[in-house]
Design a protein around this ligand. Structure first.
Ligand SMILES: [Zn+2]
Length: 178
């Protein structure tokens, strides 16, 4: 049994990565991928497997720890980037087709984490450590580009803790002694 899901922003990010890194479809303009948004693709997860992923952290996002919304994502913990190929259509046009994952061994349930859409989209195809650094960098971005953030801080409404980014699954697994 296959589940259908719609391509989302994260897929777009991965496609973009595959294109700009030149790993296939290098002649395709990144703007050409926009037509893929919202298309349905086949995901090889049964309903039972999806439920298994959802329950990994008791119905919570493995990263931020929020209660998973109805439309949660099965995130590839180690990114599973799919290559793209250019296909000449009979009408003279060109379309993009996904090929096999570049790292098929990562397309397994053990590598899947339940994630809320904001975390999943933010993580995109980053490794966990890259993403951790990216999240920590938000404070610099807020200070650099958002005057209302600086002002709110000036008035004591916000305190920067300098706390390290710790993911929910790290706290849970740490408490289990895993
Ligand atoms: Zn989350």
């Amino acid at each position: 049994m296959h589940a259908l899901r719609k391509l989302d922003a994260r897929d777009m990010f991965m496609f973009y990565d595959a294109i700009v890194s030149g790993s296939g479809g290098a002649e395709i303009e990144p703007s050409g991928i926009s037509g893929w948004f919202g298309r349905e693709v086949v995901v090889k997860l049964t309903k039972a497997q999806r439920e298994q992923v959802r329950q990994k952290y008791e119905g919570r996002c493995a990263y931020c720890g929020c209660d998973l919304p109805e439309r949660w994502h099965a995130d590839h913990f180690e990114p599973c980037i799919r290559d793209l190929k250019r296909v000449d259509a009979p009408n003279g046009g060109v379309r993009l087709a996904t090929t096999t994952p570049l790292r098929p061994e990562r397309d397994v349930i053990e590598n899947m984490m339940p994630a809320c859409p904001p975390c999943n989209i933010s993580k995109a195809s980053m490794s966990l450590e890259s993403w951790r650094g990216w999240l920590a960098g938000y404070i610099n971005s807020l200070n650099s580009y958002h005057p209302i953030y600086r002002l709110a801080k000036q008035y004591g409404l916000i305190t920067e803790t300098g706390a390290p980014v710790v993911f929910h699954f790290e706290r849970v697994d740490g408490a289990k002694g895993a």
